[in-house]
Design a protein around this ligand. Structure first.
Ligand SMILES: NC(=O)c1ccc[n+]([C@@H]2O[C@H](COP(=O)([O-])OP(=O)(O)OC[C@H]3O[C@@H](n4cnc5c(N)ncnc54)[C@H](O)[C@@H]3O)[C@@H](O)[C@H]2O)c1
Ligand SMILES: N[C@@H](CCC=O)C(=O)O
Length: 544
């Protein structure tokens, strides 16, 4: 029980280490990478205090070297989901009652461990299992996850401090209770930070969690679980299971104690989940909180006044870092006719300097895409484009999955602004560009606004302030994260709270107080000091 109004250590963004040749962090990361690569892990589920192994072993692959396995994880079934729910509910009372400073302290400790002795391990795991280069792993599994943990601790205390007014003779109070039941955290493959934050942010507010990561991210997910345990997370607060999505959903979305879902992943999966919850709504004790951050078709639009080199760099980094597998990745660009030749030349020149290969070679900017299913889907978009007369492949277009799932960064020039690759999320290293008449800026903004159902990220490049302001207003609903003269990726916790609207999600802004508010249910308490003993109003005297 808290006996003071405590202040958590003021959060600051974790500095990004350089991994320059000769730096100690590079040496440590390379050593850890080799160590992990040389072992085969046998990864259990974590249910209550138990590490649960099953006979159904699934391999964990390196996407850039898919014959080289990193070990196996134990796949569970519906009974494991039941056990995880029971373990969560058994832990709930004690966890919810724990003083918040102790709860938050666990996650602040996890942040410190990750900033120090665990940093190389989780970065190396993310490089090996998700095929990220050292820089992409550092900004994700180290810096962003550390930031989520530190900043959310601060936001949690700000929520607890949100208290109502009191009138004379009365003390009004607000309790920010955890939800009544358990929360399901369902996480994607592409960000280790998101995998860690989705269960952690919910647990920080006193909730208990069943967490299911993507199969292709289990390798790093299990390390996050070990990190939380080392930081002192009690058994049963977060339960980690590896069960196929629909099987897990069947148990969870039929359970009376299901109190919320914290989801990040594709739009189709989220919409199905929402539909299922709607159909089952009468089964739950409480209306479940539904929080989902989903897909994107993120844009760059350049005004005729923009600097061509800046636009090209925005395209190259925005579209191809982590092989375009960021929900925020630029995947369509609208370039004015006066800039096109220069932008094209700069982009093509940059692409010629890209090196592609496994992340252990630090000179590789591009690594592999996550798995064969994803590889085949992206390759099909590229093949169809090669056959279409509506679009030209102006760079890249080759792919090879013999050793790893490698796809060349590919630039498509689309003559049709509604061509399929201008509209659909591809989630790979492919950008489609439409060149517009430089005099048609306003019509082009309308095109940007109406071309896809998504509204996640977007960027305007302009040296004309009126044009930048005009685009900002015109595209007000086209992106939840909007960038002026910068690429549309790389949001930083505490600086650009992240999330999109329309088909891109519920826009509950991961890494902000807005998100944490979804994981509490407020109770207003009014206490009257001198309690009335007479019902009569003073004016109810004689009627004179
Ligand atoms: N908006 C954001 O903040 C954000 C961030 C990262 C990724 N994403 C999106 O995530 C997608 C890529 O990640 P992904 O491929 O892991 O997404 P996904 O939707 O395939 O998987 C997400 C999670 O849902 C599970 N799942 C899949 N099908 C299911 C089903 N039928 N029932 C229950 N669970 C199911 C998966 O196993 C995984 O754990 C992209 O669309 C990307 O835009 C969005
Ligand atoms: N927050 C990340 C994207 C997360 C989605 O994959 C960014 O801003 O680039």
């Amino acid at each position: 029980m808290a006996t003071g109004f405590f202040r958590v250590p003021t959060p600051v963004n974790e500095p990004v280490k350089s991994y320059a040749p000769g730096s100690p962090e590079r040496e440590e990361l390379q050593r850890t990478y080799k160590e992990l690569k040389s072992k085969e892990l046998d990864v259990p589920m974590y249910i209550g205090g138990d590490k649960v192994y099953t006979d159904k072993k699934k391999p964990m692959l390196q996407p850039h070297d898919h014959k080289h396995i990193l070990g196996h994880f134990s796949e569970g079934d519906a009974s494991h989901v039941e056990q995880a729910i029971n373990a969560a509910l058994a832990a709930r009372e004690e966890w919810a009652a724990m003083g918040w400073e102790h709860r938050l302290s666990i996650f602040l400790k996890a942040a410190e461990l990750l900033a120090g002795p665990w940093r190389a391990r989780l970065n190396a795991a993310t490089m090996l299992g998700q095929s990220k280069n050292a820089y992409q792993a550092e900004i994700d599994s180290a810096c962003e996850l550390i930031d989520f943990l530190r900043f959310n601790a601060q936001y949690a205390t700000e929520i607890y401090q949100m208290q109502p007014e009191s009138s004379p003779g009365v003390w009004n109070r607000m309790e920010h209770r955890p939800l009544e039941g358990f929360v399901f955290a369902l996480t994607p493959f592409n960000f280790t930070a998101i995998a860690g934050n989705l269960p952690a942010s919910v647990a920080m507010m006193g909730n208990v969690v069943v967490w299911k990561p993507a199969n292709t991210q289990v390798y790093a997910a299990q390390m996050i679980m070990e990190l939380f345990r080392e930081a002192g997370l009690p058994d049963g607060v977060i339960n980690l299971v590896y069960v196929d999505g629909p099987t897990a959903g069947e148990v969870i979305f039929n359970h009376a104690d299901f109190a919320g879902i914290h989801f990040t992943g594709s739009t189709g999966v989220f919409q199905n989940i929402w539909k299922t919850i709607g159909q089952n709504i009468h089964k739950y004790k409480t209306y479940p909180r539904i929080v989902g951050e989903t897909g994107g078709k993120d844009f760059i639009v350049a005004h005729s006044s923009a600097d061509a080199k800046q636009v090209a760099t925005g395209i190259v980094r925005g579209a191809f870092e982590y092989q375009g597998q960021k929900c925020s990745a630029a995947s369509r660009a609208y370039i004015p006719s006066n800039l096109w030749e220069d932008v094209k030349n700069y982009v093509v020149e940059d692409l010629k300097t890209f090196k592609m290969g496994p992340p252990e070679d630090f000179s590789n900017f591009i690594n592999a895409v996550i798995d064969e299913k994803s590889f085949d889907k992206i390759a099909k978009y590229i093949d169809n484009s090669k056959e279409s007369n509506e679009v030209e492949v102006i760079a890249g277009g080759n792919y090879d999955k013999s050793k790893g799932y490698f796809i060349e960064p590919t630039v498509l020039l689309s003559h049709n602004p509604q061509y399929v690759t201008m509209c659909e999320e591809i989630f790979g290293p492919v950008i489609s560009i439409y060149v517009y008449d430089e005099n048609n800026f306003e019509e082009t903004l309308e095109l940007v606004n109406s071309t896809s159902p998504y509204a996640l990220t977007g960027a305007i490049f302009s040296r004309d302030r009126y044009a930048a302001e005009f685009a900002t207003k015109k595209l007000v609903n086209a992106a939840g994260n909007f960038y002026i003269n910068d690429k549309p990726t790389g949001a930083v916790v505490g600086q650009q709270p992240f999330g999109g609207a329309r088909a891109s999600g519920t826009n509950d802004k991961a890494g902000s107080m807005l998100n944490l508010l979804r994981w509490v249910s407020a109770r207003s308490i009014k206490e009257t000091f001198v309690t009335p003993t007479d019902y009569r109003y003073p004016f109810l005297g004689e009627n004179k």
